[in-house]
Design a protein around this ligand. Structure first.
Ligand SMILES: *Cc1c(COP(=O)(O)O)cnc(C)c1O
Length: 396
């Protein structure tokens, strides 16, 4: 990775794990970001599915200000605070699950889920029942446990050895599960819609098959909705479209509207195997982030809001179908649901993302050939039309 040559470049003090693009953003406003030259960009990345209510939403501002007025940003989990307790109750109610552990990121939520699954499995099947099944194309994070479940050899190789005992199954061939020994498996982990892996929705039939296999074999089903959850698909949780319930659910990206927060939601059966001291977090579930998350969750869970996401999602799908028919040579396939879409190209995604940015639209690749659209859930129909229009000219 090349490093800026001069030490006067303010970027040179940042570790080079990212290569940020040139615009220097100084302000946000709804579905737009404004750079230091005053140029506006339509933000169809939402900071990678994070700013679901857009930039500068009044309810987020109100929640931050309300928490600051209390003068209490953090107390640790040694003491009770109301916002975290109330948020947990709300997430339990909305998910159909029972207990919540808060943390600070998606990777941490997955690590927590793996530990809770192992704790449950050990009481069920002893210490041999510790492995995990993940799916081909999966992305679950970059920490040592979550990286082991992430199907990207180039991310894994430099850091071997990772957590052992992970087996990958192709979601297009769920019968391969018949070759897995469930006595050695604590949990199967899956994204209802694979995000980083190229926006690949799991067919409902496959999701139900995963639920049946795990249920029949005393294996937990962990659904990772860090990217596709919290209203992104037009359902509050993506799994709700298929009528199943996971044993453990991981959440993060949009949960606190841009503040760092993750959550692991689980059934009572899993929760009752966890003892004080089995896991922990210094920051997780603090009063400020929890108050902001409560504002996000309540805003998104309103039936009118979700209905609008569905309608705007249908519009976005139609606009992308038009784009595909106008650029059939470059567009291979459209995949997605709600306001989460991947446009698979016949060529590379990078140059299209760059051209779109130059024309004032922010997009994010998902793998080498897929351009991903993750507009804020508050995006207007006019902004969707304008964004897809810019995308069309970037393909031309
Ligand atoms: C982004 C993502 C993660 C990791 O979240 P971080 O906050 O970056 O650690 C895990 N799972 C899924 C599905 C994700 O999209």
């Amino acid at each position: 990775m090349s490093r800026p040559a001069t030490t006067t470049d303010p970027r040179s003090a940042l570790l080079g794990v990212y290569k940020p693009a040139d615009p220097l953003f100084v302000r946000g406003d709804g579905a737009s970001l404004v750079d230091s030259d005053g140029r506006r960009y339509l933000d169809f990345t939402s900071g990678i599915a994070v700013t679901a209510l857009g930039h500068g939403h009044p309810r987020i501002r109100e929640a931050v200000e309300g928490a600051l007025d209390q003068g209490m940003v953090h107390t640790s989990n040694l003491y009770r605070t109301r916002p975290g307790e109330e948020l947990a109750a709300r997430l339990a109610e909305l998910s159909g699950l029972d207990r919540v552990f808060f943390c600070n990121s998606g990777g941490e939520a997955v690590e927590g889920a793996l530990k809770f699954a192992r704790r449950w499995a050990r009481t069920k099947g002893g210490s041999a029942k510790h492995g995990f099944v993940s799916l081909k194309g999966a992305f679950h994070g970059r920490l040592f446990g979550s990286l082991a479940l992430t199907d990207r050899p180039e991310y894994q190789e430099p850091f071997q050895p990772l957590m052992p005992g992970v087996r990958f199954v192709d979601p297009e061939d769920p019968e391969a599960l018949d070759g897995v020994d469930p006595q050695a498996v604590a949990a199967l982990v899956a994204e209802p819609i694979q995000g980083e892996g190229g926006v690949r929705p799991l067919p409902e039939k496959v999701l139900r098959r995963l639920r049946e296999w795990t249920q029949a074999n005393d294996v937990l089903l962990v659904l990772d909705e860090i990217q596709c959850g919290l209203g992104r698909t037009g359902e509050f949780f993506a799994y709700q479209a298929s009528g199943i319930l996971p044993d453990i659910l991981t959440l993060a990206k949009p949960l606190a509207g841009g503040l760092p927060m993750g959550a692991v939601v689980m059934t009572e059966e899993v929760a009752e195997t966890i003892q004080p001291g089995d896991h922990g977090t210094t920051f997780g579930g603090g009063p400020l982030v929890s108050a902001v998350a409560r504002a996000v969750v309540d805003t998104v869970a309103a039936p009118d809001f979700l209905e609008e996401v569905q309608e705007k999602g249908q519009l976005l799908h139609r606009l992308l179908q038009d784009l595909q028919s106008r650029h059939s040579g470059q567009v291979q396939e459209l995949r997605g649901r709600g306001l989460m879409w991947g446009v698979e190209l016949t060529g590379q995604a990078g140059p299209v993302v760059e051209k779109a940015r130059e024309a004032g639209l922010l997009l994010v690749p998902a793998g080498k050939k897929v351009v991903r659209l993750l507009p804020p859930l508050t995006v207007t129909t006019h902004e969707l039309e304008r964004g897809v229009g810019i995308m069309g000219s970037s393909l031309a």
